[in-house]
Design a protein around this ligand. Structure first.
Ligand SMILES: *Cc1c(COP(=O)(O)O)cnc(C)c1O
Length: 415
């Protein structure tokens, strides 16, 4: 302690103590660096330090060592070069729209898109004179036909998050590149593990075709705990990243470093968890196909599921390439109260939104309110989506069986 330090009042020393711990600390997890304020050594540094390129630190909203680490690891996961972290997966979708669209522009969205992305277009973009159209996710020609001189952004999703149709992603990206329209993929389902969003035709080497932007609800598989909300926006083009980052900074879409640390802690086990979710989900989806109550089972690895061939072409068929979701369409002879009885009777499956955590979840949907028309490739009935957690698959199957029994009882009781 210098003379000057030791003369300070103890209350000031609590804040300005000169002790600095030794630097050689190493452990499996990085430190959690939290800040709003960060210090500059000189006024000159304060004036000249750049925040855009991550060569230094300027303010907590622009990142700390903790968030820089997660950004780099997520780039490695998805094959991108630049990453922005935002407070939720939904905020990632909002950031892309806010940053890239202006009055007079149009955005195209697949009709099976994550519902809240449609709500951004219908509830916000419309107010700013930005129009939207929904295209058939299974038809690249329909997408191409809807592109006009006003189209500035095309959203893609593979698979659709409720109905799980798998699109011909490569062809759709080619269409958009030909027409010089930016593509943004909501990559939450693929998670960087099922396929490479920036290298959709990997055989073509360095000139392979890929999306311009990949957004990811880190809330799902990267977090894996059902306890963190976060999103990312990944790019492979510096100018595009620059534009997105300016919007990110102007609106102050920062994330909390304790949450970043949670995701960093879960990331090493993500591929193993994804594989386990996938294996159990395939087992249950195949079992579900044999149940007469389910008139259709939606899961891209099933030969009968819409887009199966496109899934196989892009992702292969190995376990670890199909996530942990499947949906069933329950025969229309079961009215809502019977479907509700099925969902309520489940014990291991909890009623709740989101996915990617250890606990299996179930959600009944009202598909007629979600699509512009009922697609020809979907059977009539009530759609119920399952997110498969990490429980033992035999226990989950037994749970589904006893809940089917409760559904029959509910139907009989109402007759
Ligand atoms: C969950 C989800 C989101 C939104 O993520 P939140 O962190 O819950 O806001 C976006 N897209 C898809 C496909 C999702 O499943």
């Amino acid at each position: 302690m210098t003379d000057w330090d030791s003369k300070l009042d103890p209350r000031t020393q609590l804040i300005h103590h000169p002790y600095v711990p030794p630097a050689q600390y190493a452990a499996p997890q990085p430190g959690v660096f939290k800040a709003s304020t960060v210090f500059f050594p000189t006024a000159e540094a304060m004036r000249t330090r750049r925040w855009m390129d991550k060569s230094g630190y300027t303010y907590g909203l622009h990142g700390t060592p903790t968030s820089y680490l997660l950004e780099e690891r997520l780039c490695a996961l998805e094959g991108g070069l630049q990453c922005l972290l935002v407070p939720s997966g939904l905020a990632a979708l909002g950031l892309v729209a806010l940053s890239l669209l202006k009055t007079g522009d149009e955005v195209l969205i697949p009709d099976n898109a994550y519902g809240p992305n449609k709500a951004i277009a219908e509830g916000e973009l419309r107010n700013w004179g930005i129009t939207h159209q929904y295209y058939d996710p299974m038809d690249p020609e329909d997408l191409e036909a809807q592109i006009s001189s006003r189209t500035k952004l095309v959203w893609l999703e593979a698979a659709g998050s409720v109905t799980l149709e798998f699109p011909n992603l490569l062809e759709m990206v080619r269409v958009c590149q030909r027409r010089k329209v930016l593509t943004a993929l909501d990559n939450t389902w693929g998670a960087g593990l099922a396929f490479r969003p920036f290298d959709l035709d990997a055989e073509s080497g360095p000139h392979s075709v890929g999306v311009d932007i990949s957004t990811h609800a880190l809330t799902k598989y990267p977090s894996g705990g059902g306890d963190v909300l976060m999103g990312s926006v990944i790019t492979r083009n510096a100018a595009l990243h620059h534009q997105l980052k300016l919007t990110h900074m102007r609106f102050g879409f920062g994330v909390g470093m304790n949450d970043v640390e949670s995701v960093l802690r879960s990331l090493p086990s993500m591929a193993l968890r994804y594989q386990a979710h996938d294996a159990a989900t395939r087992t249950l989806a195949r079992w579900a196909q044999k149940q007469p109550e389910f008139v259709q089972v939606l899961h891209p690895a099933l030969e009968t599921s819409p887009g199966h061939q496109d899934w196989k072409a892009l992702c292969g068929s190995a376990v670890g390439t199909a996530a942990g979701l499947f949906s069933v369409i329950i025969d229309a002879c079961y009215p809502q109260h019977a479907v509700d009885a099925f969902c309520d009777a489940l014990r291991l499956f909890k009623l709740g939104y989101s996915w990617g955590g250890p606990i299996s979840l179930v959600v009944p949907y009202e598909l007629e309110t979600m699509r512009t028309t009922w697609p020809a490739h979907l059977a009539k009935g009530t759609l119920v989506r399952f997110s498969i957690g990490l429980e033992e698959v035999a226990d989950l199957q037994a749970d589904l069986m006893q809940a089917l029994e409760a559904m029959h009882q509910s139907l009989l009781a109402s007759r």
